[in-house]
Write a protein that binds this ligand. Sequence first.
Ligand code: F3S
Length: 401
Amino acid sequence: MMELTAAQRRMADGEDGEITRRLMRLLVRLGEVFGAERMVELSSVQVSGISYKSIGDPGLEFLEDVAAQGARVRVLTTLNPAGMDLQRWRELGFDETFAAKQWRIIEALTTMGALPTVTCAPYLTGNLPSFGQHVAWAESSAVSFANSVIGARTNREGGPSALAAAVCGCAPAHGLHLDHNRRPTLAVEVETKLTSRADFGALGHHVGKLAGSGVPYFFGIDTAGVDQLKSLGAAMAASGAVALYHVAGVTPEASQHSPAGLETVRVDRRLLDDARSALSSAGAQRPDLVVFGCPHASLEEIARLARRLDGRTLKTPVWICTARTTRDTAARMGLVETIEQAGGQVVADTCMVVSPMEDLGFGTTAVDSGKAAAYLPGFCSQRVVFDDRDSLIQGALDDEG
Ligand code: F3S
C-alpha cells in the first residue's frame, strides 16, 4: 500500500470530485505496479499526445470528457507540439477538418488550466524546473533534458499519466525520482571531436540503441551547449528509451557518479560516420523539404539560420520548427522576415513528425536531428537525408551548391 498525504488521500477518496478520484486512483495503481511507497510533489507537468494526428478521435473525446467533468490542473502544466501551426495552418496547407479537431484538443486542455505552450522544449519557454525538483514530463526529449541537463527528476510519463499527475499535483516515487536509479549503467568514451548537431544526433542515436533504458555516462565531450545536449538526448530517447545521461565535466550530476567498472563502448570518427550514414535512407534522392528544429529550435538556432539565409534564395523549402513564443521573439528581432525573404518558414506549435507531413505532398525530408531521422520513415512515410545544418542549407540554396 502506498503511503498518501492527507490531501492525496482526500483526492483518492473522491472529496475533490469524481474525475480527480479516478485520476488519483490511476496514479496509485501505477505506483503499486512500480513498487512506489509514496508520491512525490510536482513542480510542473509536460503533457504529450497533443497532436490530432497522434491521438485521433478517441484521444480528443477522452480529453473533452475529462475537461467536461471539471478536471483542473494543480501545477504548472505545459503542452507538447500540436499537429499544425495553430495560426498559419491554412497558409501551410493543413486541412480544415484536421484543424478544427486540433483546436478542440487545445481547448479541452486549456479549459483544464494547461498553458498552450505547444512545444517539446518547455524548458526554453517558461517551464524550467530547478535542480532536484520533481516533475512529470511526457515528452521523451524533454524528459532527457530535464533529468540530464537540468538535474530535475522525472520518469518518461505517457499522455494519460502526465494528465493525471497535472490534475493531482503528484506522481508515484519510483524510477528516476529516486537517487539509486540515477547511477550510470554504461560508459561511452567519445574519441572524436563532435563538430555539429548532426554529430551529436548520430552519437545519440547509436548510443541509445546500446543503452536501451539505461543511463549512459559520456567521457571525452569537453564542451556542449544546450542545443547540442538537447539533440544528443532526443536521439537517445528515440533509438532507445534513455531518460537520463551524464556527460563528464558538463552535466550537473556527472561528478556525483563514477563509471568505474562499467562496460565501456568507444566511439571514434569512423563509427560516428557510419552512424550518420545509417540515418540517411534517401540514397541520391534530393529532399522536397529541409526541416530544422527537432527538438524545437532555440532563438540562437533561429538567429544562426537567419544569418546563413540573409540575402539568399532557397530552391528547396526550409522549415524551422519552434515554439510560438520563440517565433514571436524572432519576429520582433527581424529574424523571421529574413528567413521568409529567403523563402523559408518559421513554423510554430508543431513539428515534422507530429504533423501530417505525408499529406502535404512531401516524400523526402532532410534533417540534422537524430530523433527526426529515426521517426520520419515510420511516422510520416518519409525518406530521410541526414546531414549537417550547413550542408543542408547549402544544398537548399538557389545560388549555390
Ligand atoms: Fe519535438 Fe517533434 Fe522532435 S515533438 S523532439 S520536434 S519529433
